[in-house]
Design a protein. Sequence first.
Lengths: 212, 169
Amino acid sequence: MKTVELIAALATAGAEPAPPRRPSHALAPAVAIGAVAAVVLVAVWLGVQPLSVAARASWFWIKVGYGLSMAAAGFVLAVSLARPQGRIRAAGLALAIAAAAAIWGAAVYVAMTSDGAPALWLGSSWKSCPIRIVVLALPILAGAALALRSLAPTQLRPAGAAAGLLAGGLSVVIYGLFCQETAVPFVALWYSLGILACVAIGAMAGPRLLRW
Amino acid sequence: MIAAQAGQSRAQAELLSLLAPRLRAFFGRRLGRRADDAEDLVQETLLAIHTKRSSYDPRQPFTPWLFAIARYRLIDHLRRVGRRLEGPLGDASEVLAEDNPEEGGVRRDVAKLLARLPGRQRALLRDVKLAGFSMEEAAGRAGMSVTAAKVSVHRSMRRLMGEVADEDR
């Protein structure tokens, strides 16, 4: 096909308006659908703990806060990487680093000021925790990836990693519906490992998943 | 671009016709000898500009958006072709240029021919024809008068041309 013909064909097709689209408006619904799927998954697969009790405990909200901070950081990064000239936004990175620093600071403080430190770090479910977080993150990551591909990311590996951070952060909140571990050191270690695994999966799969 | 986003097909056609030559130059420069692929890439990029036109934010400058897409299409293309590229694409043209097999062959042939000349004639010819010295500078380096240098270069060229012609026969 000649380039001139292509241009003529595209101009005819271009008769439909395509107003500028905010990446966040595409990303948010897709991620929400993935999150709902993850909630259903955790309820069916693992079961949800009695929330009226959990909601009065500080450890429950620590997990929610940590997960949401990571998810927000991933969202900011993914939104800015969803455009062709996208950059890795410092604000997103800073938020993720601050959240990690806060939880690790609290974890080390708790571990140093109480006895039985190994139990605080290991809890009773450390073997299954990161894997479950990754599994619950998968539907969210799928939704985020579909949305991102419909946008126009050009740095696929960073964009995939950002989607992984977003999915991992939300997955932590959702896993918190089931998980009854109460120690901050446990959360700092194993939840972070789960999120990190999600970021790694996103970065590895990015170039394939997000290609357009 | 803003008019094209609003669905004005005249504006869209104008925009794409305007961009095509710029993209052709962009890809042509970076693909070096694979210039045949440049036209394919121009078309792919025009298509991408069309299908992804809603990803342009009118508050941002247009050119970075355009070349981010062009660069993405180029990387994608090179990956498909199987040439692994690491680092920023500014280096790509150098990578491709160094890889030019024809140029390497020519360089080798020239070296072989030069080796047939006696030492002083060879140095003089290399200075004048390859290293880019002026006749005066080269004569100074060889310790000859300018006239003698001119004669020597002329003789060397005639001799080499004669030998090459003999071999071709």
